[in-house]
Design a binder for this molecule. Sequence first.
Ligand SMILES: [Fe+2]
Ligand SMILES: [Fe+2]
Length: 182
Amino acid sequence: MKTDITQALVAEHRLILRMIALLEKNAPHTAEGSYRNWQFYLDGIDFIRQYADRFHHAKEEDVLFKALVDNGMPKEHSPVAAMLMEHDQGRSFVRALEAAVHEAQTGRTDNYQTIAANALGYAALLRDHISKEDDILYPLAERVLPETMRSGILRGYQDAEAQVAAEFGAGYDAIVTKYEQE
Ligand SMILES: [Fe+2]
Ligand SMILES: [Fe+2]
């Protein structure tokens, strides 16, 4: 039995998917003008940037995907290249969402469709992205990466975790739970 190197990342996907479900629930009501809790979107953007991107995607990009490339997967035109491109597409949605939410906060009322479209665009992208990682790329990594690389990968995850406060994950879980109860 090889040392597991993807279970922690799959667990992080579960929390990211809960935030995605909130975006999917609230954005249609923003599009029709009835949900105008801009703080939800700002908290969502912070969650995506800090938890999904800086924390989770950094473990993928700097550790697991890097290990796959070091182990011989091509950097270009490969599953890793596709995943990196989708991380970047997600960042574009978040930038556009943030700009539109800031405008709405200062009184603009004609861009609720833009807010909803970017929130739902991000949600659809990430939902599909996560299922590709869970169903294809992570199982592939578990099959191909040799045991000799695995303690280094786990150390890489620990380094990423050492960069954030001990209550980092629990704090974001609490924010997601708060909006689930809204
Ligand atoms: Fe990813
Ligand atoms: Fe991921």
